[in-house]
Ligand binder design. Sequence first.
Ligand code: MOS
Length: 746
Amino acid sequence: MPTAQSETREQDGIIGRPIPRVDGPLKVSGTATYTSDHNFPGMLYAVPVPSTVAKGTIAKLDTSAAEKMPGVRAVFHRGNIGHFFRVPPNADFSVVIDERRPPFEDDTIRYYGQYVAVAVAESFEQAQAAADAVNVTYREETPDVRTKLELPNKPTIGSQRGDADASFSSAPFKVDQTYVTPVETHNPIELHATVAVWDGSSFTLYESTQAVKNQQLAMSAMLGIPPENVRVVSRFLGSGFGGKLWPWTHCVLAAAASRNLNRPVKLVVSRKMMFQAVGHRPLTQQRIRLGATANGKLVSTQHDSLNHSSILDDYEEGCSEATPHLYQCPNLRVTNGIVHLNVGTPTSMRGPGAVPGLFALESAMDELAVKLNMDPVELRLRNDTQIDEGLNLPFTSRHLQECLTVGAEKFGWHQRTAGIGSMRKDGLILGWGVAAATWIANRLDCEASIDLKADGSVRVACGTQDIGTGTYTMLAQIVAEALGIDPDKIEVVLGDSALPTGPLSGGSMVTASLVPAVLEAAKNASQKVQFAATTAGPFSGQSADNLLFSNGKIHRKDQTSANGVPYEQVLQAANIDRVSGSGRSQGDFTDLLGLTKPKLSSHSFGAQFTEVTWQPEIARLRVNRVLTVIDAGRIINPRTGRNQIEGAVVMGIGMALFEHTIYDDQNHGAPINSNLADYVVTTNADAPEIDVVFLDYPDTHLNALGARGIGEIGLAGVAPAIASAVYHATGIRVRELPIRIENLIG
Ligand code: MOS
């Protein structure tokens, strides 16, 4: 029997402890079920037919040969699949979809890879062969897949204060440059997939989705059936990076095929199709104008960004999201514009807006530091602010200064010499770069339930999902601490639209959103055990007000939990199988959309320090070392947290040096490097020495535990810090990503 003290020691501080992932054993043993692992008797396989032109119309679609092939059950197209509806537009983010046109809505082709038919057969190979045998004739037109963007009309003003033009004209030090970030394609290791099961009136849809609840509502809208007849399940994901936030056209194709044939249908999007019809980070072109005084105070900031979108959808990347609040500056104007091209619809990709936006802004800050002959850390410190001047509100908790100073100290920044190529180590030229990072910190609406069971186990359920980030583990830790129960006894159930409505896994909002709802559910569940205790057992007949639940036990208020009775014994004595407590909290995400008036500005911050090595003799550039300091509130689990930042840093190296989706503007407008051999992502061999430091300032304005999210902040600032390090090593300023060897050997 442990003493009260050892109990306390054991259970104290489960939050903040680097426990291994609770779902780790399922993943490493191959028993975690991803979408395409779901198999059902009589299941058919669907393979879409993608268009081979990027602009035009379908002149003739001949399915006759395909239909006669072995195992083929149907070839669906516009003429025979049935009707799909559009998701109604809404301003409140309640049902979201980026590609609004349902598949097969008309015969117009607007991007390469747009689905024109779908073959369904007994085996995957038969379905693929049939899809290949569908004969489509197009009236092809010349697609517009340009990479230099020009706006046909006026851009929209995102934020404005003071007189940005006049103050820029009169500023003694100026930077006026344009920065370009390319199309990047999300390449989570798990492909997009749907397994659709129609039972005559309802769908169960196994989806690889970052938002089971949104998926349920959007699919219900598109399929024209009530939401309660659609259940979406997504237990495990091999990540998404934003590409799986909203449904794409293949999802309804699989559902309709299942309904039409009354058989379960599996559709797995191929790697090639991942580059065509399931979103991408759009091309951005950003002009930055900075004006400063001789002592480095910003007097004017202008950020004019353009991004491409598809022909029908107004996807706005929002590159200037962070610009109005990152630095103090009396005069500012940021604008956004969309250019519609013959490309698939873009979507959010890790840190949408701010991440490409900070490449431009932070590169320009580095250029300004060079002009001022000032240390780039010092320039940022001089322009720090405790007021979000964009919203004219104080920050909930902002420690950018400390990120920069702690980072500089750990990195050894004081040893830096500013001259180009002036630093050497082991015969290599070193380049050092720095950039600031910031990302939104918000909450979404959330409901959660907690069951305390007579067998001593606990079940916590929420209709959110774990996209690989650690939500299962983090939830187990929060509940363990709230109830004083060992995390091993806690079963976390996620990834099902039938559960209490939880947040989408996006915008780094899950952790902060879950905390209040889960703490309330824990409190309600434990109170129910107190009431149960009054009906039987040692506390029978006592008032529930005189009892307490702590460390997993019911005890009298005037005694410690050492004198208490484990809650499961209380429930057993009362012959109660389980008590259930629910919690519900409102989000503040609508503040960000401008629908309500916020009182504070909440963001995470960070600083990125990078070291590159450069060997001009063989034109070899490597990112050697990255140190990231993150100010993201209280860290629930430093192990999964560090893992998020490390992954983001690795992705940032890809953004800086490798990732680039290339559209064929000479022929049919296809994304031509649509495979993992030609689309280069960072590998283990490219990974640098990574050091992660978390400042631990709980942001209790956001929730009682002070936790923010950390899924995206780690990517912010990596690319500009690398580009600045490359400049420091080589003297070449690359303003168009990715940085290629060709840029450096001029
Ligand atoms: Mo993130 S791009 O909001 O999944």
